[in-house]
Design a protein around this ligand. Structure first.
Ligand SMILES: CSC[C@@H](O)[C@@H](O)C(=O)COP(=O)(O)O
Ligand SMILES: [Zn+2]
Length: 211
């Protein structure tokens, strides 16, 4: 019997995110680790709404690129996935999407952290606190993606993230988890929180710190 192919999970998640409007116009990239420490990642520039098994590139633990076919390039944001897997050995999947709400909330603050509203949804990140005071790290969006990856590594080595997620300003969110299933849930949870922050900012009711 052959082992389960995690690319099938990535294809299904990408189709779902695409339908939510979070991976339009080839935006976003998804990866999943393999038992040998290598990972599958979406090839660069593919429409994420209808990926197939040949739309992935394998990155080995030493950073070599294994092309299933030679006209594929790895995701332009592979360096961020490599950094996440290096920093968090328990991570088995890393998902990155672009939503309008993520970009709006990234502009609600000028600093490098976003205070999250104290929503029950945070329990989905395994946060069990009475008075929730959780922040999400925001990073600048550099043209040179390796610079973003270096800044993620530098900051998280000193200040570990409170939840397995980070936001790149004017760009989108990245999450990681110990399974593809959890990574998909984490994207849904953080995008719900972003939608809540945007909606709350429009109500005039003091239900979040940005109103
Ligand atoms: C709509 S282009 C977006 C890209 O520049 C990038 O941010 C992205 O998420 C997808 O890049 P890709 O190289 O396809 O993985
Ligand atoms: Zn991106």
């Amino acid at each position: 019997m052959s082992a389960f192919d995690s690319r099938l999970e990535l294809i299904a998640a990408a189709e779902y995110f695409y339908k939510q409007g979070w991976m339009v116009g080839t935006a976003g990239n998804l990866s999943a680790r393999l038992p040998d420490g290598s990972f599958w990642i979406t090839a660069s520039g593919k429409s994420k709404g209808n990926l197939n098994l040949t739309d992935f590139v394998k990155i080995t633990p030493d950073g070599a690129v294994e092309f299933p076919s030679n006209d594929l390039k790895p995701s332009a944001e592979t360096a961020i996935h490599q950094t996440i897997y290096k920093l968090f050995p328990e991570a088995q999947a890393c998902y990155h999407v672009h939503s309008i709400e993520a970009n709006l909330v990234s502009r609600f603050v000028e600093g490098d952290t976003l205070l999250l509203p104290p929503l029950e949804m945070l329990k989905g990140f395994n946060i069990w606190q009475e008075n929730l005071n959780i922040t999400l790290s925001i990073f600048p969006n550099h043209l040179d993606v390796s610079k973003i990856a270096i800044e993620i590594e530098d900051r998280f080595q000193i200040v570990p993230p409170q939840i397995p997620a980070l936001l790149i300003r004017d760009h989108g969110v990245t999450v990681w988890a110990d399974s593809t299933e959890k990574a998909r849930n984490f994207i849904e949870l953080i995008e719900y929180i972003f939608r809540y922050i945007v909606a709350a900012s429009q109500t005039g009711v003091k239900i979040n710190p940005y109103v």
